[in-house]
Design a protein around this ligand. Structure first.
Ligand code: MN
Length: 250
């Protein structure tokens, strides 16, 4: 637990700084998510501190996997995204909205190498930022409130929804993410994404609500080839409060 204490307090310090900025009425780009780089007064995208200890999600996800996943993989996507954006010749502010907007119009990036770098690392940034925020050691294991109502309206029961999502996560061939999205029509959908693609790249007005990372780096140390066991354990750490917040903000 000791590993998280400084991170948590650092995050809280930045959060209070954010509240001061907001209450001072300074220009502030509101984002539906938390802790983008504007809080850090930097032009670069930053890796937000993990909002819980590395070992907080055990036994579902082990501390070593969390540490490597957050501090190495997520950090690498972030660093490579910042490098790619410097070659773009266009200022992209380090906010979720600006990044989603760029990723929704990737075809406008003419250089194929740069386009691929922004796609892979920009998608990697959003996927991981949202992935880590949508887990918590305090998970209730099932949703409540508005998202539960919508899930039961569309899928019958939470178990039926969970089965459909799990099937998508276990049948995705190779590396990728499975996302629950809210479509422009208001309907929910479960979608499979290859590599680091992210729902905003569909550019169809759908909003990402809950994503499960099924890259082997997300589970191989503990689960080895048993992806279904990892997905089953992941359900026990889903932060449904965060998913509800995304749903209601969408
Ligand atoms: Mn990952």
């Amino acid at each position: 637990m000791a590993t998280s204490a400084p991170q948590l307090s650092r995050r809280q310090v930045f959060k209070s700084g954010l509240m001061l900025l907001v209450s001072a009425g300074l220009p502030f780009l509101a984002d539906s998510e938390t802790v983008f780089a504007e809080e850090y007064a930097t032009d670069d995208f930053i890796v937000p501190p993990l909002p819980y200890a590395y070992d907080a999600l055990e036994p579902a996800i082990d501390a070593k996997t969390m540490q490597l996943h957050h501090d190495k993989h997520f950090a690498a996507y972030t660093a490579k995204l910042n490098t790619a954006l410097k070659s773009l010749g266009e200022k992209i502010s380090p906010t979720g909205d600006a990044l989603r907007s760029l990723l929704a119009q990737l075809s406008k990036v003419k250089d194929p190498g740069l386009r691929a770098a922004i796609r892979n690392n920009g998608g990697g940034y959003l996927n991981h930022k949202m992935f880590f925020e949508s887990m918590t050691p305090k998970s209730k294991g099932e949703p409540s409130g508005a998202i539960l109502e919508k899930i039961t309206e569309q899928y019958g029961t939470f178990e039926d929804f969970k089965n459909a999502f799990t099937t998508a996560a276990t049948t995705l061939f190779g590396s990728g993410f499975v996302w629950l999205v809210k479509e422009k029509s208001g309907k929910l959908a479960i979608r499979q994404y290859k590599n680091q693609d992210h729902p905003c790249m569909d550019n169809d007005g759908s909003v990402a609500l809950l994503g499960c990372d099924v890259w082997e780096h997300a589970y191989y140390l503990k689960y080895m080839n048993k992806r279904p066991d990892y997905v089953s354990a992941w359900w026990t750490v889903v932060n449904w409060g965060e998913v509800n917040r995304r749903f209601e903000a969408a």
